[in-house]
Ligand binder design. Structure first.
Ligand code: TNX
Length: 504
């Protein structure tokens, strides 16, 4: 049987035989403490539930997790933290022992996900399976990521998703070796995170969403719980407060920051581009100082996303002037600033630009940037995250008959979501400037986690492979591996779209 690993590791050598977890198996993490010990406990805990085996963690045992600095730099002399070399791991399985080595706890965690995928799908159950045969095929794997930024985005504004739902998504991301969760926290349809210095935002602008629902928001305690849960799984939360556009909700709380004549409402529709903060009002910048300052202080991760997309009510000069100041304020928090592709217009090349392809294929555009402008910015030094809607938007419908999703960037089938390359897509941009990719789930048409999962699975694993595995996609081989993962989602109780492309 071929192994069904996603993302495909860099090198895999299959060997005869198998290792079996039994009543006597122990997990060894000798001389290890802190984060690395937590990874061993995480492995033990996640295996105890489905197997019912004791799996003690201690100094000796047949399943060994070891920190080995040589692994992290083995084939990446650069060793830059953003480039992902520290996530490298080596996994060796013989009939007698499982040995996982990595330079960091994070590398061990990525390797643990591979080990879990080598076990039968029943390992994903949350209740014991007495019939389980807990074997791991013998194998030698050496692995590390292609890109250091492997992200998914959840829009919690158009529809609000409670903490438990977001944790469920984080678990899915961790299983596929994603390391970032971008939360879109503010938009026209609601302000979703408590900002201690500006309590009016959640007090007045969180109780609505698209359609009929009540909306909601994360308290500081909720947000802290989420970032900690993510950090335990080596996932960085990247918070986005979208400015100057997508601010109808903020303007409900602070009407004085609107342009003359704009009347904020409890907006439950899905139009975009109609709202903006006033770039000529000094109070706007005091507002940004407070919001970015509080959000940065609440966020352990290194990134802050300031949006910058779809402003149809400012002219170019106003937009650029606003964004240059906003970016300086955001950078003043000490975070690395990310903005949607439109921010390349400002010429501020210290901002990481996130390509989304609003104007894909157009050379002259009224709002936003063309592919050529984006390419030029990267050539001049701007670092990029690549998330073309036509491949990596999880809210695009699979096909015209898909019950959820939009299709402004076309239909995105499972192969379409998988068979693309972030460097080649834009005509060969400088690879060293590409931090990585993002799969984005906007939620205009998605009200529950079950609906979200229908769009996420089976497309998300493809993005994991685009982000982690070496260049060169082989759809036929991938399709076989992907098909085998359905059993895992079923064991986890997840919804998914049983795409004819994959299971037909
Ligand atoms: C574009 S992508 C948007 C969002 C919408 C999304 C729907 C981007 C930066 N902006 O406001 O929700 O399309 O697919």
């Amino acid at each position: 049987m071929t192994l069904a690993l996603i993302p495909q590791p860099r090198t895999v050598r299959e060997l005869p035989g198998a290792f079996r977890l039994t009543q006597d198996t122990a997990i060894a993490a000798p001389g290890v403490s802190g984060e690395a010990l937590r990874v061993a406990e995480y492995l033990a805990d996640s295996l105890r539930r489905p197997t019912g085996l004791p799996l003690p963690v201690g100094e000796t045992g047949a399943v060994l997790l070891a920190l080995d600095p040589a692994v992290a730099v083995a084939d990446d002399a650069a060793g830059d933290e953003e480039a992902g070399a520290h996530e490298a791991y080596v996994l060796s399985v013989t009939a007698e022992a499982v040995t996982l080595r990595a330079g960091t706890a994070e590398g061990l965690f990525r390797g643990v996900q591979t080990l879990r995928q080598l076990l039968p799908a029943a390992v994903e159950r949350s209740t014991p399976d007495a019939q389980g045969d807990w074997t791991v095929p013998c194998v030698e794997i050496a692995d590390r990521p292609r890109f250091g930024y492997r992200s998914a985005m959840l829009d919690v504004t158009r529809h609000f998703f409670p903490v438990a739902d977001v944790k469920r998504l984080i678990d899915a991301l961790a299983a596929y070796k994603f390391n970032a969760l971008h939360l879109h926290l503010s938009d026209d349809q609601g302000w979703r995170v408590e900002i201690p210095s500006r309590p009016e935002l959640t007090a007045r602008a969180s109780g609505f969403q698209v359609g009929e629902g009540p909306g909601g928001f994360y308290t500081v305690a909720d947000y802290t719980e989420l970032t900690a849960y993510a950090a335990d799984r080596f996932v960085t939360v990247v918070p986005e407060v979208d400015v100057p556009g997508h601010t109808n909700a903020a303007l409900l709380a602070y009407p004085e920051l609107a342009l003359d004549g704009f009347e904020a409402t409890e907006y439950r529709g899905i139009e975009v581009g109609f709202s903006t903060l006033d770039p000529d009002n000094e109070e706007t910048y005091a507002f940004l100082q407070d919001v970015f300052g509080d959000l940065a202080a609440m966020t352990p991760g290194r990134y802050l996303h300031l949006g910058g997309d779809e402003v149809d009510v400012l002219d170019k000069e106003q937009f650029e002037r606003f964004l240059r100041r906003a970016a300086a304020i955001a950078a003043g928090t000490g975070k690395t600033v990310i903005g949607w592709e439109e921010i390349v217009m400002t010429g501020a090349d210290e901002i990481v630009a996130q390509y989304w392809g609003r104007n894909h294929g157009h050379d002259t555009v009224e709002h936003g940037v063309s592919d050529e402008q984006f390419r030029d910015a990267v050539a001049k030094g701007t670092r990029a995250i690549v998330s073309p809607a036509a491949h990596s938007y999880l809210d695009m419908q699979y096909a015209p008959d898909s019950p959820f999703g939009l299709h402004w960037s076309g239909y995105v089938g499972v192969e379409q979501a998988y068979a693309w390359d972030p460097i080649e897509y834009l005509g060969g941009i400088e690879p060293e400037r590409v931090l990585g990719i993002e799969a984005a789930l906007w939620t205009e048409t998605v009200a529950t986690m079950a609906e979200a999962e229908y769009l996420i699975f089976p497309r998300l694993p493809g993005h994991a492979e685009v982000a982690w595995s070496p260049a060169g996609r082989d759809w036929a081989a991938y399709r076989t591996r992907l098909a085998a993962h359905a059993e895992r989602w079923e064991a986890q109780g997840r919804s998914y779209f049983r795409a004819p492309e994959v299971w037909g």
